[in-house]
Ligand binder design. Structure first.
Ligand code: GLY
Length: 284
């Protein structure tokens, strides 16, 4: 049986109402993605479609509603990895693009597969990808108050009916960061896949890069460790190092895992047993 897992970020727990809204959105998007999987869509197609829906929801820190950098500009990053072909594509700090994941899709077939800034925007324009203002009033208010904001990076990892795996991740970054900072999301630390496993990360990008979390977990499964054991080992390592992050993953047997060292990670999985979701956290 196939499986998929998506996330809408990690960090401090939001209000119960906020958690309810996230849970409902993730369930709706997972349902739509699951219908594609059962219809025979390829893992990479489903990962792109899931990431696009998550980018379109301002509840999350990707696409519309992304956090702003220290100069009040939203610069978005995203990555796509086709585990079967072991091919990575990414976009770093692009402005004014509604769905960076669609540029990652195009870049999968190109010679130069990771584009940043103006070069990324120029390519998106050449392709006619939708441009627009991704800044919401809530994101602007956080920036005015010099807050990093609560919303989280998004990600999707899919194992399709053939056992093929793909991973997609998209983010507006940490919020209030220095112009030019590069997020983990468009690196193999934040988004990685192979024929045996796929991973998407959320949390503090610098911690995710220090731990090479996505690549590390995939490498452990590639080397023969069961996913549950490899994810548990990684969580122990993250705790020992104080790395603040969340990691969703699945393997080619369609086992999935969701670990985090942050207070919460907002995730939803679908498999033969149906829908699985994060538990509510009490907020003081
Ligand atoms: N994980 C998102 C970021 O730190 O950029």
């Amino acid at each position: 049986m196939p499986a998929l897992i998506i996330h809408g970020g990690a960090g401090r727990a939001r209000t119960v109402a906020g958690q309810e809204a996230i849970k409902a959105s993730l369930a709706q998007i997972a349902d739509a993605a699951w219908a594609m999987v059962l219809d025979g869509a390829q893992a990479v197609e489903v990962a792109i479609a899931s990431a696009r829906l998550l980018e379109d929801d301002p509840l999350f820190n990707a696409g519309l509603g992304s956090k702003l950098q220290s100069d009040g500009v939203a610069r978005l990053s995203a990555a796509l990895m086709d585990g079967t072909r072991e091919r990575f594509s990414g976009v770093i700090n692009v402005e004014g693009l509604l769905n960076p994941i669609l540029l990652c899709e195009h870049l999968q077939t190109q010679r130069d597969r990771v584009l940043a800034g103006e070069g990324a925007l120029a390519r998106a324009r050449m392709l006619g990808l939708a441009e627009g203002d991704v800044i919401t009033e809530a994101a602007r208010a956080n920036w005015r108050a010099a807050l990093e904001g609560e919303t989280g990076t998004i990600g999707a990892v899919v194992c399709d009916t053939r056992g093929d795996i793909a991973a997609a991740t998209s983010t507006g970054g940490r919020g209030m960061e220095t112009i030019g900072r590069v997020s983990d999301s468009a690196t193999v630390a934040g988004n990685f896949a192979s024929p045996s496993a796929g991973v998407s990360c959320t949390g503090i990008g610098e911690d995710i890069v220090d731990g090479a979390l996505a690549a590390r977990l995939v490498a452990a499964v590639d080397a023969g460790q069961p996913l549950a054991e490899a994810a548990s080992n990684l969580e122990n390592k993250m705790r020992a190092r104080g790395w603040m992050a969340g990691v969703i993953s699945l393997d080619s047997g369609c086992q999935w895992s969701a670990i985090h060292t942050t207070d919460v990670m907002y995730w939803t999985a679908m498999d033969a047993d149906g829908l699985h979701q994060f538990n509510f956290r009490d907020v003081p």
